[in-house]
Write a protein that binds this ligand. Structure first.
Ligand SMILES: C[S@@+](CC[C@H](N)C(=O)[O-])C[C@H]1O[C@@H](n2cnc3c(N)ncnc32)[C@H](O)[C@@H]1O
Length: 274
């Protein structure tokens, strides 16, 4: 082990020790409850803020008091917004098949929980538009929620750069986007299907009566007990026979497995039994 790595380990140990107090402070001052998030991810994200501000963890608490903007920077750093349209296209293809074969005459209610800047709920809305008949589409709704109101503001603007759209098939690009000033704006017919709202899934009551719940790449940031607590909310939101999509690296908590059947292979797409 070289000197630098010993130093790094000591610094990390300091951050790890100071972490619970910092999380309590953030909760007390701002109401953001990151206490059940995965420790390693938090340590990585917080270390980045310490490096950027040149502070130790105890100095960082004082910095938060003197510069409230630092709370926003820390919040953005912890709530990572990476997303894209039709992320993991094979999952969307499997959902499309169920929509076409089974939900065609139904008034579908879908919920994207942890929707970042809107790429995922707009993808779901495009899928509904492709798969449902006109009558069903008129009554369909996609509820899109996230903890971060700034991300939702961006989502409502519905304007994207091409690099988040590489999975959009060319004919759908044509049908659902308008090109303007090198950017792509989602057309009104799709925007109109999506309703955005701020919702912290850790602390709020969930939505209900959904045929489709999409909660992907959010559980990966939660510790196991929090995953189970949040999963209970998703389960409550989903109707029997409805579909649940999790992210590729996420797992259904053990105690819920008997209530769900996988759809397709290795997709992390499940149907609620009952
Ligand atoms: C990595 S993005 C996933 C975006 C999209 N679901 C996808 O898979 O492409 C994770 C999102 O979860 C949101 N998030 C983090 N904690 C949350 C919470 N407690 N409640 C609701 N959303 C949360 C973040 O703000 C971020 O937008």
């Amino acid at each position: 082990m070289n000197v630098l790595s010993i130093f790094r380990n000591e610094a990390n140990a300091g951050i790890e020790q100071g972490l619970p107090a910092l999380l309590e402070k953030i909760y007390a001052e701002r109401g953001w409850d990151f206490r059940g998030y995965k420790k390693m991810t938090l340590l990585r994200r917080i270390s980045k803020r310490l490096q950027a501000s040149g502070t130790s963890i105890s100095e960082y608490e004082r910095l938060l008091d003197s510069d409230p903007q630092e709370y926003s920077r820390l919040f953005s750093s912890i709530t990572i917004k990476v997303s894209e349209f039709f992320r993991e296209p094979e999952v969307f293809a499997a959902v499309a098949e169920v929509l076409r074969n089974e939900f065609c005459g139904t008034h579908v209610r879908a919920w994207c929980c942890g929707c970042a800047c809107g790429e995922e709920p707009y993808s779901v809305a495009m899928l509904l538009s492709e798969c449902l008949g006109m009558d069903a589409l008129v009554k369909a709704k996609v509820f899109a929620t996230d903890i971060d109101p700034d991300a939702l503001e961006q989502a409502r603007r519905a304007t994207y750069r091409i690099d988040s759209m590489l999975n959009v098939p060319p004919e759908m690009m044509e049908r659902y986007f308008i090109q303007k000033d090198g950017q792509h704006k989602v057309k009104y017919a799709i925007r109109n299907l999506v309703k955005f709202g701020t919702l912290d899934i850790v602390q709020s009551t969930p939505l209900s009566g959904m045929q489709l719940v999409v909660c992907r790449n959010l559980f990966i940031y939660f510790g196991k007990p929090l995953q189970e607590k949040v999963f209970q909310k998703l389960d409550y939101a989903l109707r029997p026979g409805g579909l649940l999509a999790l992210g590729r690296a996420e797992v259904l908590p053990q105690q819920f497995m008997p209530g769900y059947a996988p759809v397709g292979k290795g997709l992390n797409l499940f149907r609620k039994k009952g």
